[in-house]
Design a protein around this ligand. Structure first.
Ligand SMILES: [Zn+2]
Length: 371
């Protein structure tokens, strides 16, 4: 039987090694601890070394099942919380059914549930019909720049994908996510004294302002397409026509078709003022994760297992991306099967202790029944 006390202690251990994406040394320390736990259970271990200040990532495989297609469990252990958050603003603490800590909900506890499910199987001497493989990454919170190719490659040997991102809205899993794109758009005009030579100037800010309105107008809430100019900067002095300006844009879309329309509208941009130069940087960050028929079947299967365990597994869609987005175009992906709780990325981030055992049991039953 899954022991809640042992599980909570294990989660605490993972939470108390702080792992912001930008601290690969600390990430490596936690990953070594995680790898040791898996190795004790007979799992095979593989490392993807740190690169560009991100990582390392960890690959694990069950001692059974061979080399054929299997179940891929995707987790990330990086968090958005800076080092020192644990000592200061968000220490590990328990308050009733809630356990608090940096990254506990997104998603250290969820990743731990998959480990606990595997540990339970090993302790009982059971094997699963398909081999189990984990990919535990360390740069999800910054868009997975060094892990995305590894994730795609891991998909080549997968038949089903389980993502241990947090459950939400009362324990619902996730069966669709928007795709995301990010851009920085740079404008270069011509500087001039705003009093003596105003007519000679070409304002980069004025040009940018028109693009801000046009870019935001691509938003279509009914079609679930959003464009958000979240940052702007430009100019050097109030009495100088601005030579340069920059805007940063976040774009979200629910489908491939919406993606093509929205990205084309951004990328085909031309200057209104021929004397101002525009340079567009960036592009697709994560493709959309659409609810395919295969994903719907996987969800229905999980819902049946949850009912046997004694809870109702709802489903929802999310405006935020995850690493599941990289595989959902070709594999069934069940996301958000991690821990329930709230406050991801905030100082009230917490998990619900009562969701620990049922969700670990669900993961275990998925491992045991997927073929
Ligand atoms: Zn996450």
């Amino acid at each position: 039987m899954l022991d809640p006390k042992e599980m909570l202690e294990g989660i605490r251990r993972w939470v108390e090694i702080e792992t912001p994406t930008s601290a690969p040394g600390e990430v490596a320390r936690l990953m070594r601890d995680v790898a040791a736990g898996f190795a004790d259970l007979g799992a095979g271990i593989g490392w993807i070394e740190e690169r560009d200040g991100r990582g390392p990532h960890l690959e694990l495989r069950s001692p059974w099942g061979g080399d054929g297609p299997g179940i891929l469990i995707l987790s990330h252990l990086d968090t958005v919380h800076p080092l020192g958050t644990l000592a200061d603003r968000l220490p590990f603490r328990i308050d009733g059914d809630r356990a608090y800590g940096p990254g506990i909900y997104d998603m250290k506890a969820g990743a731990f549930l998959a480990f606990a499910a595997f540990r339970e199987l090993v302790r009982e001497g059971r094997e699963t019909p398909l081999p189990l493989r984990w990919l535990i990454t360390a740069d999800e919170e910054v868009g997975s720049p060094t892990s995305r190719e590894v994730i795609r490659a891991a998909g080549d040997k997968a038949r089903h994908v389980l993502v241990t991102e947090p459950a939400r809205d009362g324990g619902k899993c996730v069966t669709a996510r928007k795709g995301t794109a990010r851009y920085a758009i740079h404008f270069t005009g011509r500087a001039a004294h705003s009093g003596a030579r105003h007519a000679d100037g070409r304002s980069a800010i004025r040009e940018m302002a028109r693009h801000v309105l046009e870019l935001e107008a691509i938003t279509d809430h009914a079609a679930e397409i959003t464009t958000n100019v979240g940052l702007v900067s430009g100019g050097t002095a109030v009495n100088t026509v601005a030579e340069t300006a920059r805007l940063d844009l976040d774009v979200r879309f629910p489908s491939e078709e919406a993606m093509r329309c929205a990205l084309a509208a951004v990328e085909e941009r031309k200057a209104h003022d021929g004397d101002v130069d525009i340079r567009i940087e960036g592009g697709l960050s994560r493709p959309p994760y659409e609810r395919s028929a295969a994903t719907a079947r996987l969800y229905e299967h999980a819902r049946g297992l949850a009912a046997e365990i004694g809870f109702e597994l709802g489903e929802t869609r999310s405006g935020g991306g995850s690493d599941g987005n990289f595989l959902a175009d070709r594999l069934p992906v069940l996301d958000g099967i991690g821990i329930d709780g709230d406050g991801a990325h905030t100082l009230h981030e917490h998990m619900l202790i009562s969701s620990m055992v049922p969700h670990a049991m669900l993961i275990r039953r998925l491992m045991e029944t997927l073929e």
